[in-house]
Write a protein that binds this ligand. Structure first.
Ligand SMILES: *[C@@H]1O[C@H](CO)[C@@H](O)[C@H](O)[C@H]1NC(C)=O
Ligand SMILES: *[C@@H]1O[C@H](CO)[C@@H](O)[C@H](O)[C@H]1NC(C)=O
Ligand SMILES: *[C@@H]1O[C@H](CO)[C@@H](O)[C@H](O)[C@H]1NC(C)=O
Ligand SMILES: *[C@@H]1O[C@H](CO)[C@@H](O)[C@H](O)[C@H]1NC(C)=O
Ligand SMILES: *[C@@H]1O[C@H](CO)[C@@H](O)[C@H](O)[C@H]1NC(C)=O
Length: 486
């Protein structure tokens, strides 16, 4: 494809912020000819005269020019801020493009926007792809994870570029067709949610190591480095070790950082989706709330002098053993988090009639992106072995893994609670596990309560589907609440 027609570009890219620039340079490295445009046109010349100097990258000084530079069907990729900017560019493009041309949104768009845009564009004869792009600046430059979904007919025209520039894991590209419109950005959203969860889990382990075991940053780093050689091998564990070791002027920079976490919204979106679809994605939810709680920094500092914690002695258990337990708690909780993330995708797929390939999603996340890990190879294997696996926890590999970890996991949660160290994600993971494996939960009582005060009726164990109402108080009527919503 590349170089066959010198004056025509394989793809046009709009938006020269760092992700856009790096993706362009990545495509150029792989001999694709890229034409680029930025609304502030001086950025185009600056890019061509600096980062893109000596490359085949072509600059366009107007949208009209950009569109004329492109081979047909034209491929235009947007890397602009999610929201109104995407709609504005799409509107402008539709007046310049022809039927069959392809618009690709590579920003962090909300999947519902992608569904709407795909419908609008397809009704006008254009093709649309909303794609997740993960891996940060480095990923974009040297191999991101790409999660495209939308107009299926567009895929054959985009596939050679995307699969070539994507990260590779076990020799395969971390990019494949996800499914119909919205699914690419949905999968990216879940990826980001899982990233929140993974980060918070690591933070909770660090917190216990720091405040219960009183380990130094270097000792903690050493443990993470060790873990990074085994089942926990992952980008986030690796960078955490590097962060823990990092010093400037003889001081660990980590210790100088305000403990108030920021967020840009994709974790929150995952939580909202979980609530909307009614899927218990508790770990990601807790990880978002943990950031919210951390950001109440001033309030926490005032409270810290008034609210008492437990009185405890220094840890005098077997440290080596307890550190092993910490690794097990982290691993087991991580399994729960991914199981919940896949549950959410499964439910969304059901409601939107998407046919998602979960093994292939695991492979897309296996390399290039922030949550890349060896563990995702195990998830892929689980779905390769059984495409219709109902839940990751039911796969033999993960069932055994959790079983081996659960003693240590429970010890860690018990110990942290005794010491008053907050572990929202580790403990919600265990609560989920114990709930999911329960044959009988106390929801019989919830149903009775609802029927008592609201005549909501309930089903008998023996007769599911038959809704009955009990005259609990002796002054209840015959009318039940089944026909209206409280
Ligand atoms: C233009 O480039 C700047 C950075 O150089 C970037 O911040 C901005 O988002 C780009 N915008 C568009 C719409 O191209
Ligand atoms: C790109 O083209 C150059 C020159 O034709 C060639 O040496 C190089 O191997 C190509 N690179 C890739 C990634 O195809
Ligand atoms: C695949 O998973 C489904 C649902 O969890 C299960 O019913 C089925 O027995 C599994 N098949 C195999 C071959 O393990
Ligand atoms: C509920 O119970 C009371 C007392 O036993 C009885 O008087 C009343 O009729 C009952 N209500 C209905 C709707 O059966
Ligand atoms: C409630 O329903 C029962 C059984 O259908 C009936 O015998 C009774 O008379 C009803 N009570 C009232 C207050 O309508």
């Amino acid at each position: 494809m590349a170089g066959t027609n010198k004056e025509k570009a394989d793809i046009g890219l709009i938006g020269l912020a760092v992700m856009g620039q790096n993706l362009i340079l990545n495509m150029n490295d792989h001999n694709f000819t890229v034409a680029c445009f930025n609304r502030t046109v001086s950025k185009v010349d600056h890019f061509l005269n600096n980062e893109a100097k000596g490359t085949k990258i072509i600059g366009a000084h107007s949208m009209e020019e950009l569109v004329q530079l492109l081979k047909k069907p034209r491929r235009v990729m947007l890397l602009v801020q999610a929201g109104q900017a995407v709609d504005d560019f799409i509107q402008k493009l539709t007046s310049l493009l022809e039927k069959g041309d392809i618009i690709i949104d590579g920003g962090n768009s909300l999947y519902k926007d992608s569904i709407r845009r795909a419908e609008e564009l397809e009704s006008k004869g254009f093709l649309y792809i909303g794609t997740g792009v993960s891996g940060g600046e480095d990923g974009a430059r040297y191999g991101p994870s790409l999660m495209p979904g939308g107009s299926e007919k567009a895929w054959e025209h985009v596939k050679p570029i995307f699969q070539t520039i994507a990260a590779k894991a076990d020799g395969q590209p971390c990019c494949d067709w996800v499914g119909p419109s919205g699914s690419g950005h949905f999968v990216k959203m879940v990826h980001n949610g899982i990233e929140y969860g993974d980060m918070q889990l690591i933070c909770e382990i660090y917190h216990i190591m720091r405040d219960v075991l009183k380990m130094s940053n270097d000792e903690i780093a050493g443990t993470f480095e060790e873990w990074n050689k085994g089942t926990l091998d992952s980008f986030l564990i690796q960078i955490t070790a590097e962060i823990l070791r990092y010093k400037e002027n003889g001081k660990h920079v980590l210790d100088l950082i305000r403990d108030s976490a920021g967020q840009k919204g994709t974790g929150k979106w995952t939580g909202i989706a979980a609530l909307e679809y009614g899927v218990p994605v508790t770990l990601i939810g807790e990880s978002v709330f943990a950031r919210c709680l951390s950001s109440l920094l001033d309030e926490r500092q005032r409270a810290s002098s008034q609210l008492k914690g437990p009185r405890v002695q220094d840890f005098d258990g077997d440290r080596k053993e307890f550190i092993e337990y910490l690794g097990q708690a982290l691993y087991a909780s991580k399994i729960i988090s991914y199981a919940q993330g896949f549950m959410l995708m499964r439910e969304a797929a059901k409601q939107h009639s998407w046919k998602l390939n979960y093994g292939s999603i695991a492979l897309m996340w296996r390399g290039g992106c922030i949550i890349r890990s060896v563990f995702l190879g195990n998830i892929k294997a689980a779905y390769d072995k059984n495409e219709s696996l109902e839940n990751l926890l039911l796969d033999n590999f993960f069932m055994d893994a959790i079983n081996k970890c659960q003693h240590g996991w429970r010890k860690v949660i018990a110990t942290a609670s005794v010491y008053g160290v907050p572990i929202p994600c580790l403990s919600t993971a265990l609560a989920f596990y114990d709930g999911y494996r329960s044959k009988r939960l106390p929801a019989n009582l919830v149903q009775a309560q609802r029927d008592y005060f609201g005549a909501h009726t309930y089903e008998l164990l023996e007769k599911p589907g038959d809704w009955v109402h009990t005259n609990w108080t002796g002054h209840g009527g015959n009318v039940t609440a089944s026909t209206y919503q409280h």
